[in-house]
Design a binder for this molecule. Structure first.
Ligand SMILES: Cc1cc2nc3c(=O)[nH]c(=O)nc-3n(C[C@H](O)[C@H](O)[C@H](O)COP(=O)(O)O)c2cc1C
Ligand code: SF4
Ligand code: SF4
Length: 256
């Protein structure tokens, strides 16, 4: 099984490509959280974990899930962090979480892609899609490594910069800057954000989106809203700055 968390398709793309090549299945994290009885992770011989890096760390919902899920220490675990340029302590932290569950993260890779965070602070963004060229190589090498049950923990070391990025203070600041809210003047209640939110943190009430209290700051809603109804840090991002992995369709990311 490949567990993935994805807001704008980078991690989804990597997870799906791994699943095809390894003849495995990619499952969104929310499905495991909402249908725990439908999946028995302890029976899996190998589990891949594919996720976006947030503030040099792994997404909070993934951490919360792995800390309580029933896992089997004999499973071969591997992780792929997708990010814009700095993976911080994400793989180290993932290894530590699994260690606390008596499991081992045997192999960790980083896939440098396009940062979906740029549009939240920059007015003019021009995405350089060549940044996605390395994805195929990461997938190919990860497939080989998993097939060989390779052990490579070289990217699981905590760097000082990574530690600072993932510290409570920086995260807190970042979360404030990545706070999403609804612009009731533009929201038409179409429900796209409800379907795409990987944390199931949005509902539509009285034909307007309403955000809850467990946002993962993935920016899926902000990048997907066709009406400029979802704001980040109080600002709208331009339509032309909305990002989704070019090989991923909106419906691929729908979870409802
Ligand atoms: C809140 C937030 C924080 C981020 N922090 C980092 C970071 O620390 N380092 C980095 O390289 N990219 C960072 N990014 C960019 C994402 O990790 C990157 O675009 C990722 O591939 C998105 O994956 P997805 O398309 O599957 O959601 C951040 C993005 C968001 C929304
Ligand atoms: S996608 Fe946009 S318009 Fe549709 S419900 Fe969400 S915020 Fe409103
Ligand atoms: S509310 Fe928006 S930013 Fe927060 S988890 Fe859901 S889709 Fe992501």
């Amino acid at each position: 099984m490949i567990i993935y968390f994805s807001g704008t398709g980078n991690s989804y793309s990597v997870a799906e490509k791994l699943a095809v090549a390894l003849n495995d299945r990619a499952v969104p994290l929310i499905r495991l959280q909402e249908e725990p009885d439908a999946f028995d992770l302890t029976k899996e011989t190998k589990i891949g974990i594919v996720f976006p890096v947030y503030f040099g760390d792994i997404p909070q919902p993934l951490e919360d899930y792995l800390k309580t899920a029933a896992l089997n220490p004999s499973t071969y675990f591997y992780g792929v962090a997708t990010c814009g340029g700095s993976f911080g302590v994400s793989l180290y932290h993932l290894r530590e979480i699994l260690k606390s569950r008596s499991c081992k993260l045997s192999y960790g890779r980083v896939c440098y892609m396009i940062a979906n965070s740029t549009a939240t602070w920059k007015k003019e963004v021009s995405y350089d899609y060549r940044k996605l060229d390395g994805e195929a190589k990461v997938v190919k090498e990860t497939v080989q490594a998993v097939t060989d049950r390779k052990v490579d923990t070289s990217l699981m070391k905590p760097s000082l910069v990574g530690k600072i990025m993932a510290s409570g203070f920086v995260k807190k600041l970042g979360m404030k800057r990545f706070a999403v809210s609804v612009d009731p003047d533009h929201c038409v209640g179409c429900g796209i954000c409800v379907r795409i939110c990987p944390a199931h943190n949005i509902t539509v009430q009285n034909q307007k989106a309403v955000t809850g209290s467990h946002c993962a700051h993935c920016m899926a809603c902000v990048h997907a809203c066709p009406h400029g109804g979802m704001l980040v840090n109080g600002h709208k991002i331009k339509k032309e700055n909305q990002y989704r992995h070019p090989e991923v369709e909106m419906k691929d990311l729908f979870l409802r």
